[in-house]
Ligand binder design. Structure first.
Ligand code: GCO
Ligand code: MG
Length: 402
């Protein structure tokens, strides 16, 4: 099981994905997801130019050693590009090793700790009414947890809301779109949206909302207090994530559960927030968090502090990365909730999943490996199309967090 090749395949079936393939001298192949939305080629270059040549000839069964070689062996550590690159390699190795043994990856992680994985979708609309219609339709499909977002009156383009009638996709233009943000309008609006959701649809489901890094700690505390009567499952990213200590202020002001982590990449990004119990759910996806090898360490630390998982599952995590999330969701004791945003139709012409999402729950069918097939010929029919995430400016033109 010597590594013969490490290749990167970047394609755009409906949206961009960066996939790493590792092949061994005995004919085994594994795939991993390294998609970093709007920065796909940076990860591709990191893998292809800097790591792939160093792994040829390595024993593919030594996942732990290869992880340490890629992480500890590099002087320049951490960060989203590096950790997504390491993750893609790590996922491909878990996929390959599980295929070699003829078992799903979760069997290598000790087996299932639950019968199904609870998933939440995105519910959204240009008006409160439209968002609630969407939410009601998802409840009718069987979902028992919903993320609800809607257009903020006075803010022309809101995070999480499509521009026209198409599905929402944040990276939708070649150069970054400029969006406009108004914190006051959001502070006025969100409690109304959440109240209307509970008034209209009741309390028989878990309710989530993503603040997308836009409040100060005191604003977030104010907001959390206003949401308390509506029993939120979580308020996500109330403040920018890089300031772990800010969550102490949020915590001191509200009992609303807080979910954070989709832009963290390493245990060192969240060590303080975890050990000081500043958050309730941790959202680092396998794809951006150094792979299964590293994320399970983070989740084990989180468990010691009573923090549960809420792994990011936006459309920019490929179906392979999602399957890697599921492998952990199945096996950890501290599962909380799994995001499942969904994919454009064309994505399914390249990726064939063996997981099922039905009635708001995810189940797997026992296929060896991560359980997602990647069709390289189909991928070649969808050449890479670069897309950027938007940027945010305030009314006065000053830059703001997106
Ligand atoms: C989420 C996220 C995403 C991000 C996206 C950026 O909660 O799923 O906030 O929608 O905006 O991953 O690329
Ligand atoms: Mg988010």
């Amino acid at each position: 099981m010597r590594i013969e090749s490490v290749d990167v395949l970047v394609c755009s079936p409906g949206r961009a994905f960066c996939t790493v393939r590792i092949a061994t001298d005995d004919g085994l192949v594994g795939y991993g997801d390294g998609t970093l939305n709007g920065r796909e080629l940076a990860v591709a270059s990191y893998v292809a130019d800097h790591v792939a040549p160093t792994l040829v000839g390595a024993d593919a069964s030594r996942i732990n050693d290869i992880w340490q070689y890629c992480y500890r062996g590099a002087y320049w550590r951490r960060g989203p590009v590096t950790m997504s690159a390491i993750s893609a390699i790590d996922q491909a190795l878990w996929d390959l090793n599980a295929k070699a043994l003829g078992v799903p990856v979760h069997r290598l992680l000790g087996g299932r700790a639950r019968d199904f994985i609870t998933a939440y979708p995105h519910c959204t609309g240009h008006t409160v009414e439209a968002a609630l219609t969407d939410a009601a339709a998802r409840l009718a499909e069987g979902y028992r947890a919903l993320r609800v977002q809607a257009q903020v009156p006075g803010v022309p383009t809101a995070y999480g809301v499509a521009r026209g009638d198409e599905e929402y996709e944040p990276a939708s233009s070649v150069l970054p779109d400029v969006e406009e943000w108004d914190t006051g309008a959001y502070l006025d609006f969100l409690p109304e949206l959440i109240r209307a959701t509970r008034d209209e649809l009741g309390y028989g489901f878990e309710l989530l909302h993503d603040g997308h890094h836009r409040l100060s700690p005191s604003q977030a505390g104010w907001m959390g207090r206003r949401l308390e009567p509506y029993r939120m499952f979580w308020l996500e990213d109330p403040t920018p994530e890089e300031d772990q200590r800010a969550f102490a202020t949020v915590r001191s002001l509200t009992s609303c559960p807080i979910a954070v982590g989709e832009v963290w990449n390493s245990v060192h990004d969240c060590q303080h927030a975890i050990t000081e119990r500043l958050i309730d759910y941790i959202r680092i996806p396998v794809t951006h968090g150094g792979g299964l090898t590293h994320l399970r360490q983070i989740l084990a630390l989180a468990d010691v502090y009573g923090i549960r998982s809420g792994l990011q599952g936006a459309s920019d995590i490929s179906p392979i990365g999602q399957a890697a999330n599921f492998a952990l969701d199945w096996t950890i004791p501290n599962f909380g909730m799994q995001e499942y945003m969904g994919y454009p139709e064309d994505t399914w012409r390249v990726f064939t999943p063996h997981y099922r999402l039905e009635g708001g729950v995810i189940t797997l069918d026992g296929t060896p490996g991560l359980g997602v097939e990647f069709d390289e010929e189909a991928a070649a029919r969808y050449p890479y199309e670069p897309r950027s995430l938007p940027v945010n400016r305030l009314r006065d033109g000053g830059m703001y967090d997106w």
